[in-house]
Design a protein around this ligand. Structure first.
Ligand SMILES: Nc1ncnc2c1ncn2[C@@H]1O[C@H](COP(=O)(O)OP(=O)(O)OP(=O)(O)O)[C@@H](O)[C@H]1O
Length: 228
């Protein structure tokens, strides 16, 4: 199992109040599986991704990435694991404004220590796979919103992660472009055998996912099969 959350609890303390964001959350995602997380605003979806992505440590419970218990790792080890095994895609593609599309991917691979020749070939292959090879030399402001999100997805795959965490990737896109991005995420999940968690509020885009889980008040309250 690529990603396992077991009895995960997370709370935020704000002045004199404590907000429970994750309440005994359990989840398992295997390689090549796409799981969607839906739920109302404030239900804990982004907190779930932050914990799964090792950006936040839970108050209690286990988070396993490829069998490694991340809650036992020090900060440097956790950063290395995040860089090497986890791909993150956020709502707004956080691309570097000065760099061309292919260089966004090369920087990610450089930081992970991949050989220059390998990383150049992989970057171009990935841009081709997500449909923007013809935009490889363009900078973010020269790309459409959909193209930026495609580059973002390609970059997240650059270091061959086991786990792909995607937070509302279609919120800045129109319906048709959004649908194509979810299709792309389904394709890369299968092709690259990543365990993908997709947070979305758009229930119309769930026909390409393997499973849907619902969050309410920090709890995973329902697990539904893919709509027919
Ligand atoms: N840094 C923080 N400090 C205090 N409370 C927080 C913090 N981040 C989130 N929360 C609270 O934790 C709860 C869960 O928030 P979270 O962002 O995980 O929900 P969400 O389902 O992703 O919401 P949305 O769909 O609006 O993005 C909410 O009550 C939120 O107000």
């Amino acid at each position: 199992m690529s990603l396992v959350l077991r009895e995960v609890n997370l709370s935020y303390t704000d002045a004199d109040t404590t907000i429970t964001a994750l309440d005994h959350v359990c989840m398992e995602v295997s390689a090549g599986e796409l799981v969607a997380v839906v739920g109302p605003s404030g239900s804990g979806k982004s907190s779930l991704l932050a914990v799964a992505g090792t950006l936040l440590l839970p108050d209690s419970g286990l988070v396993l990435v490829d069998g490694t218990n991340v809650t036992r790792l020090g900060q440097a080890e956790r950063s290395a694991l995040r860089r090497d095994r986890i791909g993150l895609v956020f709502q707004q593609p956080n691309l570097l404004s000065a760099l061309a599309a292919k260089d966004q991917l090369l920087v990610a691979a450089h930081l992970a220590g991949h050989r220059p020749r390998d990383r150049r070939r992989r970057a171009l292959d990935l841009l081709d796979a997500v449909g923007v090879a013809h935009r490889a030399n363009r900078r973010p402001h020269q790309l459409s919103g959909g193209e930026r999100q495609r580059v973002n997805i390609a970059r997240a795959l650059m270091n061959e992660p086991s786990v792909l965490l995607v937070d509302e990737p279609t919120s800045a896109l129109d319906h048709e472009r959004g649908r194509r991005i979810v299709e792309l995420i389904a394709e890369v999940t299968r092709h690259h055998r990543v365990a993908t968690v997709l947070v979305t509020h758009d229930r119309e885009q769930l026909d390409r996912v393997d499973r849907v889980v619902e969050m309410h008040d920090g709890r995973l309250t329902a697990v539904t099969p893919t709509p027919a």
